[in-house]
Design a protein around this ligand. Structure first.
Ligand SMILES: Cc1ncc(COP(=O)(O)O)c(C=O)c1O
Length: 362
């Protein structure tokens, strides 16, 4: 909750409205704790929108952006969401006339500013499918301004795990420079997520970015981080179920798998483990227990040896873990516990054989 409170404080200082984006972690108990600390949730699908509304009731904002709006979902989405940022101009012209209800609509803009090295996570990569390219927006504004009648806001999301707010300020300056006249007519601007809101980060570029928009456009400004709130709030706890030597390395097989935390596999970076010691005397290749050869959490060293039954605790496992995990090999998903401020663990959910069978069509 510290992280959510820090986000709320910083957003308050900056004069913007904090949303929490559900995509990294959307567990109902956690959403209920977060709801009073943010103005609402941002979502990526009809199902997330339904979940958000279920937790928020009629209070609280729901903001949606996704390339994946289906024609048969538009009216329902518009009934659930306060803001919809359509992903393309064709999506906007097809669906905005059908929105009515509570939804105020706009588009997601791709500022065409490369901020992320790994193209798989770069929303501004070449031929990006995420948002209206800024150059296309400029041409459309010049060629057919009437097509934007009724548009109330824009959204952008351009970064990933960034510890520095300066790229956000650069993005806002670029947008104001290129389409500032258009932005002056808007009533909301969503700055997306992708920033870590760390305590040591200089907040002044965020404050300036928000201030620039508010002064020039008078629009309400939203931020919607996810990992900043969720990552440090979760741990993945595993046990060693086998230990053996393989070509000179000691493999410690765990009762979990990277398929319970697919980003470990995607990024190929060993996650942090509680008690690991750089240069520690006992070195292990921590391995998941699926048949995938690359199902590995990486090499870690400890001062004390591991044994079958030892607990291995992965830190900072709260983001992009549960929503992405899957049942490959039929390996049971981790049970979910809440930890009280006093350190007591409360079982919130376990996933048994029945869930697996249902997934398998049984
Ligand atoms: C549109 C949008 N908003 C917010 C986020 C949250 O990003 P993060 O968890 O890095 O803060 C994402 C992540 O992919 C996103 O695509």
């Amino acid at each position: 909750m510290d992280r959510a409170e820090r986000l709320a404080r910083l957003a308050g200082d900056a004069g913007c409205t904090p949303l929490y984006t559900l995509k990294p972690f959307s567990f109902v108990g956690a959403m209920e704790l977060l709801a009073p600390r943010v103005a609402g949730f941002s979502v990526s699908s009809l199902f997330e929108a339904r979940l958000a509304r279920r937790v928020l009731g009629e209070e609280g904002l729901v903001h949606l952006t996704t390339p994946g709006v289906r024609p048969d979902e538009v009216e329902v989405i518009a009934g659930l969401c306060d803001h919809i940022a359509f992903n393309s101009l064709p999506q906007w012209s097809r669906f905005a006339p059908r929105t009515g209800g509570r939804a105020r609509c706009g588009v997601r803009v791709n500022p065409q500013l490369k901020l992320v090295e790994d193209a798989r996570y770069d929303p501004c990569r070449r031929h990006s499918k995420l948002g209206v390219p800024l150059s296309a927006l400029e041409s459309a504004l010049a060629g057919d301004p009437a097509a934007f009648d009724g548009m109330t806001g824009i959204h952008f999301h351009t970064n990933c795990d960034c510890e520095d707010f300066r790229p956000l300020l650069t993005t806002v300056r670029r947008l104001l420079e290129r389409v500032g006249g258009f932005m002056e007519k808007l009533s909301w601007v969503n700055l997306g997520g992708g920033y870590l809101f760390a305590p040591e980060t200089d907040p002044s570029p965020l404050l300036e970015a928000v201030n620039l928009i508010r002064r020039r456009c008078g629009a309400e400004v939203f931020v919607e981080p996810g990992a900043a709130v969720a990552r440090g709030a979760g741990r993945l706890v595993a046990s060693v179920i086998d230990l053996f030597d393989s070509d000179g390395a000691t493999v410690a097989v765990l009762d979990t798998t990277v398929n319970h935390w697919p980003e470990v596999f995607e990024y190929q970076e060993p996650p942090a483990v509680a008690g690991q010691v750089v240069g520690g005397r006992h070195r292990y290749l921590l391995a998941g227990c699926s048949c995938l050869a690359g199902d590995l959490f990486g090499e870690h060293a400890f001062d004390e040896p591991l044994a079958v039954g030892s607990q291995v605790v992965f830190e900072d496992a709260g983001a992009y873990t549960m929503p992405k995990w899957h049942w490959f090999n039929g390996i049971g998903l981790p049970s979910v516990y809440a930890r009280t401020p006093e350190g007591r663990l409360i079982l919130k959910k376990s996933y048994g054989y029945e869930e697996f069978e249902t997934r398998c069509g049984g």
